[in-house]
Design a binder for this molecule. Structure first.
Ligand code: HEC
Length: 103
């Protein structure tokens, strides 16, 4: 029985939509964290407010899960030590403002 539950859970999380992933995220808090910590580098390579990195034609990130992973990469790289919910807040903000992934 436990096995079946585990399998169902895995299937469910594989098919989780962006809405489910970000259901508890606080987009406004994410924007504040992002604007404070995440613009400088992106702006120096892409100009303006740096958001060009999110909308570039060959954007690295393709899914909401990939977005969370990339937020974590940049976060780890600059040593911010955010908690997982903070990473999710920022990813949810970026998704709402730029990526607009449904999955
Ligand atoms: C030290 C400089 C630097 C800082 C600070 C930084 N980033 Fe990045 N970020 C990069 C670079 C460089 C890339 C491109 C990586 C690549 O192309 O492989 C990138 C790429 C990204 C992408 C993927 C863009 C795409 O192609 O879709 C996301 C999302 C992102 N960063 C989020 C963040 C967030 C969130 C923060 C704040 C926690 C942050 N970054 C802070 C350097 C930085």
């Amino acid at each position: 029985m436990a096995k079946i539950v585990t399998i169902l859970f895995c299937l469910f999380s594989l098919s989780a939509t962006a809405n489910e992933l970000f259901s508890k995220a606080d987009v406004a808090a994410g924007k504040a964290l992002h604007d404070k910590n995440c613009i400088s580098c992106h702006a120096s390579s892409f100009g303006g407010d740096g958001s060009g990195i999110y909308t570039r034609e060959y954007a690295k990130v393709k899914t909401s899960k990939g977005l969370v992973a990339q937020v974590r990469n940049c976060n780890t790289m600059i040593g911010l030590k955010w908690f997982e919910d903070e990473e999710l807040n920022v990813a949810a903000y970026l998704n709402q403002a730029y990526y607009k992934f449904e999955k």
